[in-house]
Design a protein around this ligand. Structure first.
Ligand code: ZN
Length: 117
């Protein structure tokens, strides 16, 4: 197969267009993921705090060490499993003591995200 200059240019343009479409799609997916995460925080602040607490405090291997990853099935956290239940309990304690002191869940989540960096 051979290409003349025009077909090479067409091919380059087609590749450029395809790359632009792919980049745009990845940006859209990223934005949807961000909105979904924010919605999840609004719907389940305890779960969000539990996930952050695990991320910040657990120093084990998350499969064989603490089982966190085994307790996530098809991307869904199973809060009835041991590690998830323990982290959720810690999250409830943290949130309830924070709220009693006038610190809302949004602020707790913001602080934990800062600690996670
Ligand atoms: Zn872990």
């Amino acid at each position: 197969m051979s290409y003349d200059n025009a077909s090479i240019e067409e091919l380059a343009n087609a590749l450029e267009t395809e790359k632009a479409i792919r980049d745009n799609t990845l940006r859209e997916i990223s934005e949807i993921e961000r909105k979904l995460k924010k919605k999840q925080e609004e719907v389940d602040p305890i779960g969000t705090v539990a996930i952050l607490l695990h991320s910040i405090t657990c120093k084990h291997n998350h499969t064989d060490g603490c089982s966190w990853f085994y307790e996530i099935v098809n991307g869904v956290h199973d809060w009835s499993r041991s590690e998830h239940a323990a982290q959720r309990h810690r999250a409830m304690l943290l949130l309830s003591s924070s709220v009693k002191k006038g610190v809302d869940a949004d602020t707790v989540i913001t602080v934990l995200k800062e600690l996670q960096k």
